[in-house]
Structures are given as C-alpha cells and as structure tokens.
Design a protein around this ligand. Structure first.
Ligand code: GTB
Length: 216
C-alpha cells in the first residue's frame, strides 16, 4: 500500500530539515519504505480537506490504505512498530526506546520550542532578553542532564532506535544557537545521526522540495 505524507510546499526553514515531516521521512528511510509526499501551502493547510486529516491545520500527516494519522511522534512510532529497524525486539528494550521518544518530545523539546516562539512573537518586547535567558537556562539544564546520561555511548540505549531519531531531531533545533557546543558528546551524537545514510536521503528529499519551489 502506498504511504503518503504531507509537508510544507515551501518550508520556512528553506529546506534545513527542521520541519517535522523530516522526522517521518527519516523514519521511512531507516526502514526502507517508499513514500509519496503531498505538498501543502499555508492556505491549504487550514482548509477543510486537510483539517479532516489534521485538526490543527499542521503538517505532517500520514496515510496508508484506510489509515490516516497525524502527530509526527505517533507517525514515527507507527512506522517503527510496523517495520524492523527502529525498535529492538526485546520487550523491555523496546519500552525503553519508546521512553526516549517521549523524553525527546515532552521533556527536551518544549523549552526549545518556547525559545523559537519567543523569538518570533516576543523578540521586539523590552523584556525579551530576560525571557530568553530564562528559557536558555531551562534548555541548558536539560542538555546537561541528557549529556550526563549519554556519556560516551553512541546512542541512548544500545543500538540506534526511534528514540535516537526523535532526540537527534529535537537537538538539531538548537544546533544553530551554539548551546550544544558546551556538550561535545551531544554534538557528536547529533553528528552521528546526521551521518546516517537514511538521514541524508531524507534531508536531500526535503531540500529538493524547497529548491524546486524556489526555482519555480
Ligand atoms: N505536534 C505536532 C507534530 O509533531 O506533528 C506539531 C506539528 C507542527 O508543529 N507542524 C508545523 C506546522 O504545520 C510544522 S513543523 N506549522 C504550521 C501551522 O501551525 O500553521 C514545526 C516547524 C516549522 C518550521 C520550522 N522552521 O522553519 O525552522 C521548524 C519547525
């Protein structure tokens, strides 16, 4: 059955792989599943045809046969549960890998998203610098804790898993801030993720969308 995902017709990050369809593309590449992409404008994302798939008018979504789901974390988990390569076979190890997915999305990512939202929406406020330094403190605390846990391991719990896919994706959102530089093991961890052939294929595919849109 054909898998179809949705993505930005023109990603605001200009194809840097930060929009969340990248996580779904990466997961599909890891498990070697081909997929189609339906590209959406910001206008189309808010229209009834897309809202039927994604009630919040966002990307990504995932369709396969009579299944239609949204939320990138749920999509990556679905892919990992149905194809070998992203979750260990051992039940306890599998539960731990899923735990790391949730840790990435619900413990590490929220202050990182707050930082971006503050910059976009509150960057011109007189108190912005103070707010940003408070958010940065929250992020640094989590990075320090994560760095201590990772230590000198390659991945968070044994072999590369969907937990690492989500964690690397989340950390990539702060790479540009320079905050990762204080944690060489986290920088190396992110670099290992980016060096995976599946990551590179996914990155190239989403960049090609932006390049084509810019040329057209
Ligand atoms: N919890 C949902 C999920 O994980 O699927 C969140 C989905 C989401 O935030 N989608 C964003 C979206 O559709 C795109 S990924 N936004 C449009 C809207 O809400 O109207 C978030 C994102 C967007 C852009 C960048 N960037 O340019 O760097 C990075 C991340």
């Amino acid at each position: 059955m054909t898998i179809t995902i949705t993505a930005f017709e023109r990603s605001p990050d200009r194809g840097k792989g930060l929009a969340r369809d990248m996580r779904v593309r990466w997961a599909l590449e890891e498990v070697r599943q081909p997929y189609d992409v339906r590209l959406l404008s910001f206008k189309a994302m808010k229209e009834p045809a897309h809202l039927a798939f994604q009630p919040f008018g966002q990307i990504p979504t995932y369709e396969e046969g009579d299944l239609a789901i949204f939320e990138s974390g749920a999509i990556v988990l679905h892919i990992a549960q149905h194809h070998a390569g992203l979750l260990p076979d051992d039940a306890n190890a599998r539960a731990r890998a899923i735990t790391w997915m949730f840790a990435a999305l619900t413990t590490i990512e929220p202050p990182i998203v707050d930082r971006e939202i503050a910059r976009y929406l509150e960057g011109d406020q007189p108190w912005y610098e103070q707010r940003r330094s408070m958010i940065d403190e929250r992020i640094r605390k989590r990075l320090k804790e994560l760095s201590a846990r990772l230590g000198d391991a390659d991945w968070l719990d044994g072999e590369f898993s969907a937990g690492d896919l989500e964690m690397v994706s989340v950390l990539l959102r702060v790479k540009g801030s320079g905050m990762l530089d204080d944690y060489p093991n986290l920088s190396a961890y992110v670099a290992r993720g980016e060096a995976r052939p599946a990551y590179k294929r996914a990155f190239a595919a989403q960049l090609a969308v932006f390049t084509a849109a810019s040329a057209g």
